[in-house]
Design a protein around this ligand. Structure first.
Ligand code: ZN
Length: 322
């Protein structure tokens, strides 16, 4: 049972920071400091050593939250293009080890769609990653649908990554405990609620009726949704509501990754609801500061070598055409 199948390992939620983009972060998303910050800016010794120690062949790089989602309109498109061009140069310098998800200037949806196409066709990027709200809005509003139309046309996925919850949510839900437990606002619960809500809203919005081949990726084993899909589906099928099957859309159009979530019971639940073909390996480095526990965990998961190989790289090779 404890074995790694003979296959490459591709990790697809591995973050970095761009120095120019970081200058525009403010408040609690700006400062990390210490080793994590060094890791985020490193594409050599620190990052490659972590990958080698863990047996990761390829990292699909993406900017850390909030990436380009909070940029103001007047600078968003041009700045994000520079960020993506620099990421393309990093990948081109080491193409055997690095691939990329684009950052997109969502505040200008048409420019974001064009930037997605530019980075995919010119730089070979594998899709895009979006981090939370833009201007306090979730990204299911029809004004953002040009991004999803372009993703469907290019047949590349959009990865919905967590960012900090809306300030009003933080105040009402978390402020009583955020001082003693600051991470309850982040991976402890806040990120999960925010990103699962974004995913549910995408399904409710009807974007998958208009774009039935749109592919969406969620990290963190689907932000609790594989556990909840039966209940959400049953509730939304009760009388008096618009006809739709949450479960059909979630299990067909969504893919999930193992980023920051190395649990056998949670993985098996995800396999049972979504099927192993919709699960991809990721670490969430360097917010998970060491990748080796992730690949070590995969060796012992109670799945066949064939299924482990799909999660470790086969599904990424198919979905991201690597
Ligand atoms: Zn992440």
């Amino acid at each position: 049972m404890f074995s790694k199948p003979n296959c490459p390992v591709i990790a697809i939620e591995e973050h970095y920071w761009d120095a120019e983009l970081c200058k525009h972060f403010s408040g609690p998303e700006g400062g990390k400091g210490g080793l994590t910050e060094q890791q985020l800016f490193d594409f050599g010794a620190l990052r490659l050593k972590d990958m080698d120690d863990a047996g990761i062949d390829i990292s699909v790089l993406s900017h850390g939250a909030p990436s380009a989602q909070k940029l103001p309109l007047d600078i968003a498109a041009e700045l994000t293009s520079r960020v993506n061009d620099r990421l393309a140069a990093i990948c081109a310098a080491n193409p055997k080890r690095f691939a990329a998800f684009a950052a997109l200037p969502t505040i200008d949806p048409q420019a974001a769609a064009d930037e997605l196409e530019r980075t995919v066709t010119q730089h070979g990027f594998k899709g895009a990653m979006l981090h939370g709200m833009t201007n306090g809005e979730f990204l299911d509003h029809p004004k953002y649908w040009p991004i999803y139309a372009r993703a469907e046309k290019l047949d590349v996925p959009i990865y919905f990554h967590p960012s900090l919850p809306h300030p009003k949510v933080t105040e009402v839900y978390y402020q009583d405990y955020a001082k003693d437990f600051p991470l309850v606002v982040r991976p402890g619960w806040g990120y999960t609620v925010e990103t699962a809500t974004q995913a549910i809203r995408l399904v409710l919005s009807g974007v998958f009726d208009k774009h039935p081949n749109l592919k969406v990726i969620l990290g963190h084993l689907g932000e609790t949704l594989p556990f909840l899909v039966w209940r959400i589906d049953a509730a939304l099928k009760r009388p008096g509501q618009k006809a739709m099957s949450f479960r059909d859309i979630f299990c067909k159009n969504f893919y999930v990754t193992t980023s920051g979530f190395f649990s056998n019971p949670a993985l098996l639940c995800t396999v049972m609801e979504m099927g192993v073909d919709h699960i991809l390996f990721a670490v969430d480095w360097p917010f998970v500061p060491d990748s080796k526990p992730g690949t070590d965990w995969m060796k012992g998961v109670p799945l066949s070598d064939e299924d482990k190989a799909k999660i470790l790289s086969g599904n990424a090779q198919r979905l991201l055409r690597m």
